[in-house]
Design a protein around this ligand. Structure first.
Ligand code: CP
Ligand code: NVA
Length: 339
């Protein structure tokens, strides 16, 4: 396996074997870390993390991952650089590529991360755009493998806004890895037709299947993994909360849905999650929408507090695995030896 110099912009660009290798590499690095075996392979390298949107997990995963590999790290936050304001993305790419060995980008446009990749001359890693969130999927799939021992044949259901970065990327990943993927949402929130067609094409050679339903009970029945994400993503206007609560509350992952799932089912969420009112946004929503919000299961939105705190929930394993998988991605594209 040779991934040296490769960008990670979308999992569409990776074969099933390459994805499986990155998961294996992440397991190896996780095991080394647990045993206290140092893997500071790149003491002379530096990476830069460019964030146009906020982050806890992705930023920390890249920072800790890079430091564990012995690298220097620069974090540039949403207000910290000239990019897009006084300087084009193309020029920023050429400047950063002269100084750094790799670039992580989180922002709005997929075309921006593509421009960085085209013009920087160094590996570029997509830490989330409006369209895709590929590093999250690697962490999710590592977590599923740890819990079930395999990916191929897993019945995976995504509830909620299925045409966002998470819905899109999970569908691609599931198609690549031979999983049975269901998007469970109102029809207008299903992934876009072109992407569905591409994934259906991939599924033909991997044994995966894709299914789309508006019925939450159909989606939950016998699923091994029930996955959801926020109903309003970063960059969307506050105004859409009202319609999303209205149309997505039947898709909230709660005990009733969990009971319909497979006996060994797990609950997953990329996080951050609204499962109570102890966040600024949660409080603002509660104030704005009053009873209509609190009636959605005591103030939880996409998942109830009961489910996220239950034994079936693996959300913090998933969060930890962001670091091991992101480290694997950097390791592989910077030319670390095969494992
Ligand atoms: N899941 C995820 O990407 O989290 P952050 O927004 O905290 O990076
Ligand atoms: N769909 C979410 C994912 C956050 C990790 C967002 O873009 O805000």
């Amino acid at each position: 396996m040779n991934l040296k110099g490769r960008h990670l912009l979308t999992l569409l660009d990776y074969s099933s074997e390459e994805i499986q290798y990155l998961i294996k590499l992440a397991k190896h690095l996780k095991d080394q870390k647990e045993k206290g075996i140092s893997h500071q392979l790149f003491p002379d390298k530096n990476v830069v993390l460019l964030f146009q949107k906020d982050s806890t997990r992705t930023r920390c995963a890249f920072e800790v991952g890079a430091m564990d590999l012995g690298m220097g790290v620069t974090y540039i936050g949403p207000t910290g650089s000239q990019m897009g304001k006084k300087e084009s993305v193309k020029d920023t790419a050429r400047v950063l590529g002269r100084m750094y060995d790799g670039i992580e980008f989180r922002g709005y446009l997929q075309t921006d991360v593509e421009l960085l990749a085209e013009f920087s001359g160094v590996p570029v890693w997509n830490g989330l755009t409006d369209l895709y969130h590929p590093t999250q999927i690697l962490a999710d799939f590592l977590t599923i493998e740890e819990k079930f021992g395999y990916l191929k044949g897993i019945h995976f259901t995504y509830f909620g806004d299925a045409r966002n970065n998470m819905g899109n990327s999970l569908m691609i990943g599931a198609a690549k890895m031979g999983m049975h993927f269901t998007a469970c949402a109102p029809k207008h929130l299903w992934p876009n037709e072109n992407l569905i067609k591409k994934c259906q094409e991939i599924a033909k050679s991997t044994g995966a299947s894709l299914r789309f339903t508006e019925d939450p009970e159909v989606g939950a029945k016998d699923a091994h993994v029930l996955y959801t994400d926020v109903w309003v993503s970063m960059g969307e206007p506050k105004e859409v909360w009202e319609s999303r609560i209205e149309e997505l509350h039947p898709y909230q992952v709660n005990q009733k849905l969990m009971k319909l799932a497979d006996k060994k089912a797990i609950f997953m969420h990329c996080l951050p999650a609204f499962h109570g009112m102890d966040t600024e946004v949660g409080k603002e929503i509660a104030q704005t929408f009053g009873k209509r919000y609190t009636n959605v299961s005591g103030g939880s939105l996409e998942v109830t507090d009961e489910v996220i705190e239950s034994n079936q929930s693996v959300v913090f394993d998933e969060a930890e695995n962001r670091m091991h998988t992101i480290k694997a991605v950097m390791y592989a594209s910077l030319g670390g030896p095969n494992v």
